[in-house]
Design a protein around this ligand. Sequence first.
Ligand SMILES: [Zn+2]
Length: 652
Amino acid sequence: MKKPTAASPAKTIAALAKQLRTYKDAYYNATPLVSDAAYDALEDQLRALAPDHEVLQSVGSPAAVTAWAKARHAIPMGSLNKAVDEGEFRAWAARCDELGAKAKLTGITNNLFVTEKLDGLSLAVTYDKGKLTDAITRGDGEIGERITSNARRMKGVPHQLKSPVSVTVRGEIILKLSDLKKAFPGAANPRNQASGTSKRFDGAGCEHLSVLFYDLEGEELSDESKKFKRLTALGLSVPNSKATNLAGAIALHQEYAKSRRAKLDYEIDGLVVRAHDVHVQHMLGELGNRPRAAVAFKFASQAKVTTLIDIIWDTGSSGRVSPIGVVEPVELAGATVRRASLHNASNIAELGIGIGDKVLVSRRNDVIPYIEEVVTKKGKLAKPPTTCGVCKSKLDKVGEYLACRNRECPALVEGRIQNWVDAIGVLDWGEKLITQLVEAKLVREPADLYKLEPEQIAKLERRGMVIAQKVLAQLRATLPLSLPKFLAALGIENFGLQSAKTLVAAGFDSIEKVQAAKEAELAGLPGVGRAKGKAIADGIQQRKAEIARLIAAGVVPVNKANAGPLAGRTFCFTGALARPRKELEQLVESCGGTLLSGVTKELNYLVMADPASGSSKSQKAKQYGTECLDEAAFLAIIERARRAKPTKAKRA
Ligand SMILES: [Zn+2]
């Protein structure tokens, strides 16, 4: 058996860090050596091995920024007149036509240009002969902050335009909802998150922000459509837009309010409608820094004031106890809201909230409703509980949260089973089935899953024998579990699959060695450190009896490198395939194969919908001698592997 040594990850880490430093320096000298995507991928690799590495901390320019310089806009960034309903919008249009008539311009409102009004922060970006030189936030319109180094990190801000022109372009910094979910899972308001992140001195998180552009200066273009085409041709992204007339603009507004808005991956708070013709815009002029020929046609508010009736404290599956506000029902964005999140215990004090208060509840797109602020104070300050509502044991304070630490708490038991099932990847074991099993007292810990008889599951409501046999077969198919997966599935806080892999790679390659590991040894591992080392050591000690029961139930962790008929063979999936990606990956792992995330010399099989497609990945694969196959051929390999005599899994 090839024993992984502790030296190899350290060497890899040092090499990665060196590489990243070189690229970073080149980047800040405006001579990037690799694409942003490649840079990010390397950073991810390093993060997987050593999450706390100093190279990962030192984002932003090498000389750390301590305050943003103020900068004056060459041309002030104005603001827009607002229309909050159709009546006001029509009044704006009538005023345009009236002013137009005086200037002998006709048909202004027959020729309008409509764009989405992005709910973000305005930014002016200057390019000199095509090269990004400056990025200034809107500020008060006259003077903003020069956040150039941060803007360079944002998506949609090319460092080089497609033509060597000197222009200033205006756009909006936004945080897409998909990026909000991925990168800032705790945050609820993308605009606030974008605002805070874009001004961070260390630049951290700016890579998750996007900029869409809608205006440019420095070139004479006769109408708005031409501007948008030009922006696109320069390599900049623009929001959705349409040239239309007055009736068309109103219809579009209705369409957005009804459905289109909810389908977007970013938040908009209205549509911007302006005279299409730039000459007309100039003729109508400005009033108080607001162009007369443009208006922000807003949507009805997604926030309403209602009364807080009660606060319930819900123990989640991780043990975290979260406050939920019960409110006087209120219609919000097409739904009746009765409950709204209050985030955590600290937030209760921060809001100074109490029962009977008038509160502002908001609901943005698909994000769950939450209480934003107290509008009128009535009740006395709400007190967080001291005991768990489910099991009555005393609560701990963990940062801003309250937590139930009773491992027998029914709310946590479900969480631990769910964590196990997720970590080993059995797809048909849904949340409902787990709840049923816990409620029926059939399962109290992961080891109990392996003692279940099909009849026990079949008897549960809406289950039956077919389902019972299917889920149990799926559970068995995941055996033997690799040691890292087994450890991650135990659900020790802060000890996920990556950390478990680091541990095993460092030589703790059997469950006995892991259990014998000293706190100091763990703390010395790359990316672990003292606090995490202690948490892992404690977690493993606490689960000693549970681990013994798992092994007794037949769940014996194995050293992956030696287990399974596909041991030593590597697989990568690309593009859309008929089966879910997760399921395919699981097939590989269940046979002892290894998954790679990209095409490298080490890759044996690249699985894709059409191996004859000649895509860049398949070409690269051919260079390396990697075999390209379709899904059917892949499944045949799995089938053969499964039928082959099982290799003796070495007990880890
Ligand atoms: Zn509890």
